[in-house]
Design a binder for this molecule. Structure first.
Ligand SMILES: CC(C)(COP(=O)(O)OP(=O)(O)OC[C@H]1O[C@@H](n2cnc3c(N)ncnc32)[C@H](O)[C@@H]1OP(=O)(O)O)[C@@H](O)C(=O)NCCC(=O)NCCS
Length: 215
């Protein structure tokens, strides 16, 4: 995972650049800004990753890294918004990065993600919302499958993915790294049912189809 998510910023002529810009209200009334990574984020992104505890870095990169190499940091900064999307969560006042999420194309139709929240900002609901945002962006980008590798000891991340209806593929002998997968088409079925129900209702009421969905 780290190789895809950290070192590659792949070009694509099919996928339009995705930009995210939102404000979130966290538990306790804290407000944060969530947006796509920009080149001007380089110094604070470096600081964010360097300030992570060794445990959070281990869980994020699936191995014990004393620090992040220049190559890995370069890859994280150069997210192109097409095949490699980077999302950062920043404090409203200082503009410090407190979380980072990545969505990277693996093969056509398949993307993988990873995310990490600063140690002092964990357990405030950022991870859950970031994962929901990543799923939303992956789906609207046309991916059919979203996947992630994770360490089997990472109960918190496993819980988040389970809640989001990921399937887990881990066999005895696989070692500490598990593989989770979300079928984005399957997950879209309830939306499709809702749209159909709306269309039927509209036709019964004599209205034009107002679903307006391009998905
Ligand atoms: C896993 C991680 C991303 C979760 O982010 P987070 O912002 O702390 O998570 P949330 O606050 O959204 O909490 C999600 C759930 O985790 C559990 N949780 C979070 N913090 C907890 C804590 N301190 N104690 C017990 N449970 C906790 C809760 O069940 C919570 O569910 P809830 O929303 O019903 O309360 C974050 O802990 C992290 O960055 N870990 C290190 C890097 C990592 O593991 N990355 C994943 C690699 S794929």
């Amino acid at each position: 995972m780290a190789s895809h998510l950290a070192a590659e910023a792949l070009a694509s002529d099919e996928r339009e650049t995705r930009r995210v810009e939102e404000n979130w209200h966290l538990r306790g009334g804290i407000e944060v800004n969530v947006r796509s990574v920009e080149s001007r984020d380089a110094p604070r992104l470096v600081r964010f990753f360097q300030d992570l505890s060794s445990q959070s870095r281990y869980l994020r990169f699936l191995s014990h890294l004393p620090g992040l190499s220049t190559e890995v940091l370069d890859g994280l900064i150069k997210a192109d918004g097409q095949d490699h999307l980077g999302l950062v969560v920043l404090t409203r006042r200082e503009g410090a990065i407190v979380a980072d999420a990545r969505l990277a194309k693996v093969t056509p139709g398949k993307a993988e993600f990873a995310l990490v929240v600063a140690d002092g900002w964990q357990a405030k609901g950022i991870g859950r919302r970031l994962l929901a945002k990543i799923i939303e962006v992956a789906r609207s980008s046309g991916y059919a499958t979203l996947q992630a590798d994770y360490l089997s000891e990472n109960r918190r991340m496993i819980g988040l993915m389970r809640d989001a209806r990921f399937q887990f593929h881990r066999l005895p002998g696989d070692g500490p790294v598990g593989h989770a997968c979300l079928d984005l088409h399957w997950d879209r079925v309830p939306d499709a049912i809702a749209m159909r129900t709306q269309a039927v209702t509209n036709s019964v009421l004599g209205r034009a189809d107002q679903s307006g969905s391009t998905r």
